[in-house]
Design a protein around this ligand. Sequence first.
Ligand SMILES: Cc1cc2nc3c(=O)[nH]c(=O)nc-3n(C[C@H](O)[C@H](O)[C@H](O)COP(=O)(O)OP(=O)(O)OC[C@H]3O[C@@H](n4cnc5c(N)ncnc54)[C@H](O)[C@@H]3O)c2cc1C
Length: 667
Amino acid sequence: MAVSMTGAHEPPLPPSPSVNVAAVTASVLGRWAEARTRTRQVIANPDLWKVDGLTVDSHRDRVMGQLHLLAASGLVHRAFPAHLGGSDDPGGNIAAFEDLVLADPSLQIKAGVQWGLFGSTVLHLGTQDHHDRFLPGIMDLTTPGVFAMTETGHGSDVAHLATTATFDPGTGMFDLHTPDRSAWKDYLGNAAVHGKAAVVFAQLRTATAGQEPVSHGVHAFWVPIRDEAGTFLPGVGGNDDGVKGGLNGIDNGRLHFTHVAVPRENLLDRYGQVHPDGSYTSPIANPNRRFFTMLGTLVQGRVSLVGASVAAARMACTVAVRYGASRRQFRSPGAETETALLDYQTHQRRLLPNLAATYAYGYAHEQLLETFHSVFSADPAAEHSPEQEAARERLEVFAAALKPAATWHAVHSLQAAREACGGQGFLAENQLVGWRADLDVYTTFEGDNTVLLQLVAKRLLAQYGARAGAGLDGVAQLARDHVADTARSAGFALAGQVIADRGSTARAVGYLREEDAQRELLSGRVHAMTAHLANQLRKVRALPAAEAAALVNAHQQELVDLALAWVDLNTWEALNVAVHQLEAQDPGTGQVMMWLRDLHGLHLVETHAAWYLVQGRLTPARVQAITAYINTRLLPRLREHAVDLVDGFGYGPEQVRAPIAWLGQQG
Ligand SMILES: Cc1cc2nc3c(=O)[nH]c(=O)nc-3n(C[C@H](O)[C@H](O)[C@H](O)COP(=O)(O)OP(=O)(O)OC[C@H]3O[C@@H](n4cnc5c(N)ncnc54)[C@H](O)[C@@H]3O)c2cc1C
């Protein structure tokens, strides 16, 4: 008889169902199974694997050589037009990118710079002429390139980049110029050594004789930077960023431009054209909207990093869970064998909620990818239709929310796995430390996490305001009503919880196991936080700019918390959908996955227990019941299936190469 969370004696757990690992793997591989399987085959080649301990120069050379292997494999060309040898498949392209992180994160990110950032800027901001002139060299790597957006002085604030490109109708050229040291382009992949050309983001200005130049905002320009011998072209300068905290197979560096002449035809002018007489036209009249539309076309970098982070977290879970199941330490009194690490509750606590979250992020990423694919494969003629703009808005919010949460999750999972593997975890051959160092900066590039989350929260508030339908007063009223409703219903809910539970933990747990209860808790948090912030910030638009900024700043942490609460809800929903699909195929697998979903949902509620208590949404008894239910029911149940669940990711020793993951014992 087991002692339960209430201290009473309860019958032992019933026999456990079994997991159909192949069905789980098929679900994980999802719609783009072919692309993902192909990548897993390609990276089984040891020539693509990271070698620890190389010098920076050797690592850079090795990764550059690996990029040529990728170019030859065609794996990285899916996003490009079919008539140039691609397959017009934006979703498949990102699906194929995800697991490259397992070969070497430097290889993945350098490939991302070349074919993702550099190539996709030409693809999305250029026109047919640019595609025909530049994409073939990008695709086959005869033109290694640089995505030159960030400046030392302006990273997150792209709208205020200081590099200028001023058009002179007399010469038909743009004058590309870096005004000062803080406007040097910085951290750019491929800039230190290998880059031959760059897409440079600069403030486009047109000049009329005798008048001050007029600025039309940030635009992208195709700029050759080095000759065939690797020497900077006239007016171009730069240097090496040197050794970094990770990703040392990439040659990040700085670039600056001193009155470099750029032909008018090299402006990537899909969204803004400069004519020979110096006049400027754009299909999007509003400069602010134009800027965000142009940046929005580059969202694929964020979507890619979500997929890469999921793959890294899957690798971390695979290593730590498989090792924890085979490694034994300490013998319980009377036991014949020593205890497997994974049988210790603390070990389960450290690894299994991460495993659940990794599944949830994987399925949320798949939904994001579906959205991305439908937006980028839609008819370009309908690009500015209200439906397409709404779809793009949804995509941008989803990507801006998932990128921070998934990259943080990957770093956290790698660290948790590292510690869970003890001394073995610290050996480079077991991958965790190297990948943790490399994945660290995924939280910063493609949009700093904290900055992105604020953007998400502001969009959520704007959507909330739009639903109010009556401008600011409507928002304020809606928020006040919501808060009042929440307070009223929370009061009733608490009283109801006490009555319904009648002091029984089992009854409390029965409620919390329900799908609707978990959804209500997670979505209730999002709604309450949104309403609260809408109310707090309702005066923003009426205030002078400085006061408005101060008011927003006073609520900045709450904005970030709101965005993360929204991510929690969406990852749980994505996991829930996938679990029901698996349940329909195989009830035993569905049952185990349901426990995983419960663990994800209840662990999120437990993490924010203070909020639920302060808001009066859960009684202290229910909060205690959640912790007890996780510790004594969900974790032991899932421990039995943990190896099957990590095997469900479908990796073998060629993808996850840590020797400790494959010791051959399953505990
Ligand atoms: C290894 C590496 C590779 C890169 N590759 C490229 C590349 O190929 N091409 C390219 O163009 N760029 C590249 N970048 C640049 C990268 O995109 C920027 O570093 C990133 O956008 C952040 O900008 P920043 O470094 O100036 O940080 P900052 O914007 O200065 O942010 C620093 C800190 O301040 C905080 N912060 C900033 N603004 C706010 C705010 N409004 N509210 C609250 N907190 C705030 C941030 O959260 C962050 O913690 C790379 C960077 C690195 C490190």
